[in-house]
Write a protein that binds this ligand. Structure first.
Ligand SMILES: [Zn+2]
Length: 470
């Protein structure tokens, strides 16, 4: 059983192991032999595998090592499709498989393996803890700045297969350079995100958070399509001072629309730095990623609200029609709702619906005939007697003289209407001649001409005799 040095803030597991072999006198070969049964085991700097074995030998918790001292949480978050496999390969002693699961090779970022450090952090750590160590947040692929000091990180390439090397701790470099502003912001954002992912299990997909905040910022159309040109334009402006040291990680120009459309694909696999760069621009702070509501909940909420609203409108319409006594068949045709549904809402709202077939009693026949005799329209009679229009028509035609009576009523009504129309016109235009009346009261004139010609001749002005014909 070995006792590793206590982890310092933001310290990488490999850094602790290097410190252990540096101060314990135990060689890295011995340690690897005891831990993995082979001196040749190669440890990855930030995706260190064999965590169960290391934890067992050093009396540590493997899951804590995975979450707190490797970059696994960041890869799990941005590559959810590969996360379970990566996790299992890192916990067991499968370094090569774990590295393949991280997809870093397929991203083609072309970076060689190494360890990065900040001179000012080194200075600070030596004065505070008496030792320099490798920071986990500095090792994030693509990040080349210290989020705390803004300095450009020094890169120490690891050329040997064996990375557990005694004394291999960061050195203070006299030459200090500072990084462009955007790169410092990305470094800060990345470090904060890594810290949050260490303590919090993300419950949503990053693409959901992207879409939510893109919509908030007006980069989505009403149809939820991305306004690519505006988005790319603004994003490109933001990263304009980013150094083009690695073209696989930054857009290839203002028109590299694929760069962002790929990031917005659900379950896509892309280099974490591309996400970190975009996230730095999109989110005001890292917490926003964790506080946006999951998309499924938002869609369900929107759909259920819409559904509720439309259902309520239809129900109200059905109720109104039921109250007016419209037949169930008619309401069903108008609203598309079934008779069962209509009966149910009628019962729920205390609206009485005569569900039994209506028996045509003598009283109803009498009422229909009486209204028909008075000249009411068939629709009005049907409504008042709560029967169908067909029943009204049948009743009228089966009563001798009633049809003629109604025709006469209709004729007289039309005659009254047309006579009145013509009289009014002549009264208002006493000087008008026959031709004017014929033109201005065309419909009334011809109805009277065809049906009431005698009256028409009596009331029209006398024909004028054309001048100069005698
Ligand atoms: Zn620093």
């Amino acid at each position: 059983m070995f006792q590793l040095p206590k982890a310092l803030p933001d310290e990488l597991l490999l850094s602790r192991l290097i410190r252990f072999v540096t101060i314990s006198g135990i060689s890295s070969g011995e340690f690897l032999q005891d831990c993995f049964g082979s001196k040749k085991t190669s440890l990855h700097p930030f995706l260190t595998s064999g965590l169960y074995s290391i934890a067992k030998l050093c009396n540590e918790d493997a899951i804590s090592l995975l979450k707190e001292q490797t970059l696994a949480p960041l890869f799990f978050f941005y590559l959810p499709a590969h996360a379970p496999y990566l996790r299992s390969m890192m916990l067991t002693n499968n370094g090569a498989k774990a590295f393949r699961a991280s997809q870093l090779v397929s991203f083609g970022s072309g970076q060689s393996l190494g360890l990065k450090s900040c001179s000012l952090c080194v200075q600070n750590d030596i004065s505070e803890f008496g030792v320099s160590y490798w920071h986990r947040s500095h090792q994030i692929p693509g990040v080349n700045a210290c989020g705390r000091h803004g300095t450009t990180l020094h890169f120490l390439e690891l050329t040997q297969r064996q990375r557990l090397i005694g004394q291999l701790l960061p050195q203070f470099e006299v030459e200090i350079q500072y990084s462009p502003h955007t790169e410092i912001l990305v470094a800060k954002f990345s470090a904060q995100l890594l810290n949050l992912l260490t303590v919090k299990e993300p419950t949503l997909k990053i693409t959901d958070a992207y879409r939510y905040y893109l919509e908030e910022k007006g980069y989505l159309t009403h149809g939820c399509r991305v306004r690519r040109k505006e988005l790319m334009h603004d994003f490109s402006n933001y990263i304009s001072n980013h150094r083009n040291t690695n073209l696989a990680l930054i857009p290839r120009g203002h028109k590299d629309f694929r760069y962002l459309s790929q990031l917005l694909e659900v379950d896509g696999s892309h280099h974490p730095y591309r996400h970190l760069l975009f996230g730095t621009w999109l989110f005001i702070n890292v917490e926003q990623i964790f506080t946006c509501p999951p998309q499924s909940a938002r869609i369900e909420e929107a759909v259920s609200t819409d559904k509720k609203n439309s259902e309520q409108v239809v129900e109200e319409k059905c109720l109104d029609l039921l109250k007016t006594g419209t037949s169930l068949a008619q309401i069903s045709r108008e609203t598309g709702k079934s008779r069962c549904y209509l009966k149910r809402i009628a019962l729920l709202n205390g609206v009485s619906v005569n569900l039994k077939p209506k028996i045509l009693t003598q009283q109803i026949i009498k009422a229909i005939c009486s209204l028909a005799y008075a000249g009411f329209h068939r629709r009005e009679i049907a409504k008042r007697c709560r029967v169908g229009i067909g029943t009204v028509e049948q009743t009228i035609s089966s009563h001798p003289g009633l049809v003629e009576r109604r025709q006469e009523c209709h004729f007289q009504s039309s005659r009254r209407k047309n006579r009145l129309f013509l009289r009014r016109f002549i009264a208002e235009h006493p000087d008008s001649i026959r031709r004017d009346i014929k033109q201005r009261c065309c419909a009334a004139f011809f109805w009277l001409y065809l049906n009431d010609r005698e009256w028409l001749e009596e009331h029209l002005p006398k024909s004028r005799i054309a001048k100069g014909r005698y």
